[in-house]
Design a protein around this ligand. Structure first.
Ligand code: GCU
Length: 322
């Protein structure tokens, strides 16, 4: 397929980048991408454009990542769960209870470790240039889930991450990978009995209408990433790369500022819609997933990465970069 970012040889001054995502327009990250598009336009005096294809218009995330590798898209939004099946390095972010708190999440994801991971897939035809916070993911269903035993026999929608699939199995549920945009009808038709996500996504997708119990076991904090095709990146000149990166960094800051507000608003809205937030003792969930860590650490590369993360969490001077 011909690359859609076509820069004429004599005039590399007008560029349109195509970004695909499967989020709805209200999603905090979708709003941040619009912020980024405006800034790109402004900083380049109208010579660079970001054309956004939202709502899975271009397909599910896994599919769009493939399209980007083939040159049909320049940028794709993906969570670390989507990326895990493209490169194992992203599996670490899918480990349950990896970060003791959100400050440590930021320290790792926006610090040197995150940078290293984001750059590491260049030879696969893409790499990540932006990272976004995504709170905690917890279970929701039409009944409370207070202990792993409550998950027995329940089909739970997951993203297509092998680590998440193992996690749900260890907790006692049946994992069912489904694209984000198809979860509403899967819940409605009983294809799954529940799902897991952060509070804003639970509300913005209207899953709250179908699953009134949000049980806060807070099993994972999975970052979102903006990925770019390596060949698109190489075709941009230095100035264009700088403009893109400035707009990406500013979109990260914008998203972090929005996040807490949106999280709080979503909770209020969910309660108004009849949702119950259930407090959960995390200890039995943590215990159930211990074999996942044991298995993960058998790979020396994984063990090294996990050690680096623990060290970063313990050090007080290793501040996030943005
Ligand atoms: C969150 C996350 C998305 C992801 C979605 C999902 O909303 O921000 O990137 O696609 O969860 O569960 O699929």
């Amino acid at each position: 397929m011909v690359g859609l970012l076509s820069l004429p040889a004599q005039a590399a001054d007008s560029v349109t980048l195509r970004l695909g995502h499967a989020l709805n327009e209200d999603h905090v990250v979708a709003r941040s991408y619009r912020h980024m598009a405006d800034e790109i336009e402004q900083l380049s005096d109208g010579s660079m454009h970001l054309r956004i294809f939202p709502n899975g218009q271009m397909g599910g995330t896994q599919d769009m990542l493939g399209q980007m590798q083939n040159g049909a898209l320049d940028l794709v939004h993906a969570s670390a769960s989507n990326l895990e099946s493209f490169d194992d390095v992203y599996s670490v972010f899918n480990l349950p209870y990896l970060f003791p708190n959100q400050a440590d999440f930021k320290k790792v994801v926006f610090g040197p470790i995150g940078q290293q991971i984001m750059q590491s897939t260049k030879d696969k035809g893409f790499f990540a240039i932006g990272a976004y916070v995504a709170g905690y993911r917890s279970f929701y269903a039409s009944k409370p889930i207070r202990t792993p035993a409550d998950l027995k026999g329940m089909k739970i929608r997951v993203q297509s991450s092998p680590t998440t699939i193992s996690m749900i199995k260890l907790m006692g549920g049946s994992p069912t990978p489904i694209d984000f945009s198809e979860v509403y009808s899967a819940l409605q038709q009983g294809v799954v009995d529940g799902a897991e996500n952060n509070v804003p996504s639970y509300v913005q997708t209207r899953h709250v209408e179908l699953a009134k119990y949000f049980s806060e076991d807070q099993h994972t904090s999975v970052p979102d990433f903006l990925t770019v095709s390596t060949s698109t990146w190489n075709r941009l000149d230095e100035k264009q790369q700088q403009i893109l990166m400035k707009a990406v960094h500013d979109s990260e800051k914008y998203q972090q500022q929005l996040w807490d507000k949106v999280d709080q608003q979503a909770r209020e809205q969910a309660k108004e819609m009849g949702a119950h937030f259930v407090e959960v003792d995390k200890a039995p969930f943590r215990k159930a997933v211990q074999p996942l860590y044991k298995e993960y650490k058998q790979d020396p590369e994984h063990a090294r990465l996990l050690k680096q993360i623990r060290q970063a969490e313990e050090s007080s001077d290793d501040q996030p970069q943005s």
